[in-house]
Design a binder for this molecule. Structure first.
Ligand SMILES: [Zn+2]
Length: 234
């Protein structure tokens, strides 16, 4: 086995995981999400306003229909009044007409309120529709920026993965298998040199006697840092 050949491989693996982290944390992700949410909010607002406007026009139509029915009844009673002479019947008709007038007045108030609401609604709708193209452009723009940032990281990742394949190709299968096995278990380095009397993986100092012991078993699965357990290149 040759542990030294694992060092460039590990450096490439580190670069790959840094690139993967960068890919996941690109600020363009958040910007795209924000822009999409803002667009969805305006679209929902336009839809809500349009729905309410449609409801109002149905409500107004119903009020007008009811108003016409009342007008017709009042005209009928007023016509009857002209020919009725009995006081009691006159009073009954006048009472009917007063009731109709009261209802009509309530209808008119309701219709007026709806017309006012409709006017305010039109204003809000115009505002929301004015904002819409800007929100759409923002969403498209941020998505394009994200795609381009992703493409740049992906190109670096592809290059790093090619490099990894080359590095792996220059290591022997046994060293490689050992490295993969240790790497899966460890959050720090899986293979390290002894630098200035310390393990470069965990930075614990390794005594000359420990170093001599490790040298005796160099490039075997026993050549480990006694502190972190990584493979040591000696
Ligand atoms: Zn160590």
């Amino acid at each position: 086995m040759d542990f030294r050949s694992l060092l460039p491989l590990q450096a490439t693996d580190l670069r790959i995981s840094q690139l993967e982290h960068r890919r996941a944390q690109l600020p363009e992700h958040a910007a795209t999400t924000t822009a999409q949410k803002a667009l969805a909010a305006v679209e929902a607002e336009v839809k809500r306003l349009e729905q309410r406007r449609a409801e109002i026009s149905v409500e107004i139509e119903q009020l007008e229909k009811r108003g016409k029915e009342l007008d017709a009844r009042r005209a009928k009673y007023e016509n009857q009044l002209k020919s009725v002479v009995v006081m009691r019947e006159v009073e009954a008709l006048q009472h009917e007409i007063a009731t109709i007038n009261a209802e009509h007045s309530t209808l008119d108030d309701a219709e007026l309120a709806l017309l006012e609401e409709s006017e305010a609604l039109d204003k809000s709708l115009t505002e929301a529709r004015d904002v819409l193209p800007r929100r759409e452009a923002d969403a498209i723009d941020t998505a394009a920026r994200l795609a381009s940032a992703l493409a740049a990281v992906d190109a670096d990742l592809a290059a790093a993965r090619d490099e990894r394949a080359r590095s792996a190709g220059s290591s022997d299968a046994e060293s490689l298998a050992l490295y993969e096995q240790i790497r899966n278990r460890m959050s720090s380095a899986a293979v390290a040199e002894v630098a200035k009397g310390s393990c470069a993986g965990c930075h614990t100092s390794i005594s000359p006697k420990e170093q001599a012991d490790i040298k005796r078993v160099a490039d075997t699965s026993d050549a480990r840092c006694p502190y972190c357990g990584c493979l040591l290149v000696v």
